[in-house]
Design a protein around this ligand. Structure first.
Ligand SMILES: [Zn+2]
Length: 432
């Protein structure tokens, strides 16, 4: 009987302990949630990469008048979800498929910039900005434009400068294809420019010109060798707009430790990608899997080099709990739970990117005395023939066709004169 009494006493104590643990953990969760929301209101997220504009083209042929971006539900992203996720600024990707290289890549990039600008002008909640100051000053959701894939400039520094004038503030040097001047991380996906290795001399000119005009260099999608070389050449900090840690998922799209250390020295930024296959190397993942990359990258490169580049609407698989941009607070809450300090998370959300952007603008301002680069890529580096070469074509052909015109005029004159004087000549002959 005594044994029975003591057993029931222990059972009651055990149940009370369980209830206490549950109460404490739910109190902690709601406390963490409140801290998360307070933090994200103070420091709204600057997200490095979103492919929504690609989906607008794919699903609606860029016909914005046919859709409502506030509540669109055929995509991961809409304005409501961005607001629910406390997104303060979004880099919209002007993504150009690699299959357009050497064909209509420039036109496609222009059309994607056009649709992003129209979208940001037409909705009161959005505002296109082109500077670090613009991000800070606006009370709206700031829109920024990034080009994904260096083939969009068709190996032309003039085209690069014109994209800057249109408001583009970063360019990923490659997508899944080599350009004539930079090597991609995706080997064998496209057959173009197989001989390109790392960053060529013209590629170095592209990097220097981006530094000079104040366009941020994005190394997501570039090969390890290209990234290392760019980090040696660039005077300004660089970003990886949507990449993760190679040590945790060994694929070429992620960043190995030596490059993470270079990024730290460069005072650059890794904006962590959420794509399931990039963070977990398999088709399933959760918030914790993504948080592991934040922990790892901050250990190797410092928390000042960590940001967020969710890559929504660019891929198919996202971790459970991070299915769309409205879920960003869940990640921040997990990082708080893991012991990240609020100051560090302010940097991850916003401060680290603003620091990089301001430094890129400073490097631009320090080079104000430099003239625009007039370097051109050599013909030998291009392996297609449909480029009009105005250097040799126009003057030669103008001369040639001018000569022919002149010759034809002389012949016409002789014929005309002969026709006028022929009757006179015949009359004279008859008189003989
Ligand atoms: Zn991408």
């Amino acid at each position: 009987m005594a044994w029975k009494a003591s057993w029931s006493q222990w059972s009651i104590r055990w149940i009370l302990l369980c209830i206490l643990v549950l109460l404490v953990s739910s109190y902690n969760d709601s406390e963490l949630h409140l801290r998360t929301i307070r933090l994200m209101k103070q420091a709204p997220l600057i997200d490095g990469h979103n492919d929504f504009a690609l989906q607008i083209r794919r699903l609606y042929q860029n016909k914005l008048s046919t859709i409502n971006l506030r509540i669109l539900n055929s995509t991961r992203t809409n304005i409501k979800k961005l607001k629910d996720g406390y997104v303060g600024a979004q880099f919209w990707s002007a993504y150009v498929l690699c299959s357009s290289q050497d064909k209509d890549a420039v036109r496609l990039a222009l059309e994607q910039i056009d649709v992003i600008k129209r979208m940001c002008n037409e909705y009161d909640e959005l505002e296109l900005v082109t500077s670090s100051e613009g991000i800070v000053k606006t009370s709206k959701l700031a829109c920024l434009i990034g080009i994904e894939g260096g083939h969009a400039i068709d190996s032309s520094l003039g085209t690069l400068r014109m994209f800057y004038d249109l408001g583009v503030r970063y360019m990923s040097l490659t997508h899944t294809c080599n350009t004539p001047w930079a090597e991609t991380s995706s080997y064998g996906v496209h057959s173009s420019y197989q001989d390109t290795k790392s960053l060529t001399d013209f590629g170095k000119e592209v990097v220097k010109e981006m530094n000079r005009i104040g366009m941020i260099i994005d190394l997501s999608h570039t090969s390890f060798s290209t990234s290392r070389e760019v980090l040696n050449v660039s005077k300004a900090p660089v970003i990886f707009s949507h990449s993760a840690a190679f040590a945790l998922c060994k694929i070429n799209r992620n960043i190995p430790d030596d490059i993470l250390k270079q990024v730290k020295e460069n005072k650059g930024l890794v904006m962590v990608n959420f794509h399931t296959e990039f963070v977990a190397c398999q088709k399933t993942a959760n918030i914790s899997t993504v948080a592991d990359h934040f922990d790892y990258i901050s250990r190797v490169a410092g928390f000042q080099s960590v940001g967020i580049g969710g890559d929504y609407d660019g891929v198919n698989g996202y971790p459970s709990g991070l299915e769309d941009p409205s879920k960003y607070p869940s990640l921040i809450q997990e990082l708080l739970r893991r012991g990240w300090k609020e100051k560090e998370l302010e940097g991850v959300l916003r401060g680290n990117f603003l620091r990089v952007f301001r430094e890129v603008e400073k490097v631009r301002d320090e080079q104000i005395y430099l003239n625009p680069s007039e370097e051109e890529i050599s013909d030998d580096e291009l392996n297609y023939s449909c480029r009009l070469d105005l250097r040799s074509f126009e003057p030669k052909n103008l001369q040639k066709s001018g000569g022919q015109e002149k010759g034809r005029s002389m012949l016409d004159l002789i014929l005309n004169v002969s026709i006028i004087f022929l009757p006179v000549l015949l009359r004279e002959l008859r008189g003989w």
